[in-house]
Design a protein around this ligand. Sequence first.
Ligand code: SF4
Ligand code: SF4
Length: 104
Amino acid sequence: MSIKITEECINCGACEPECPNKAIYEGGKKWSISDGTSKPYKPIFYKPKRKDIYFIISEKCTECIGFYDQPQCMTVCPVHCCVLDKIETKEKLLKKKFLLHEPK
Ligand code: SF4
Ligand code: SF4
């Protein structure tokens, strides 16, 4: 599954540095697939998904698979507003991880 941030976000910023895929952005910030990846993607930036609260790019969220046992944003969020969103298979999550990182 990938994770989403709900309206309860208090903009504390605790989740952003914990994400191994740099899939979390502060409201109003442009995002790019190239952020946090070891692959040579061109840094193309897209419009922010939210302007008022932090947001997660589902294309980059792998539920922290291969890095941590638990989604780190869910673990650190003080108001529990990082919640499960889309149902995705382990294979799909690993495919996303491979698109972002070199195999170890
Ligand atoms: Fe990032 Fe992991 Fe949260 Fe997904 S679950 S947004 S990969 S910290
Ligand atoms: Fe928002 Fe939770 Fe992230 Fe803080 S940790 S910015 S409250 S989603």
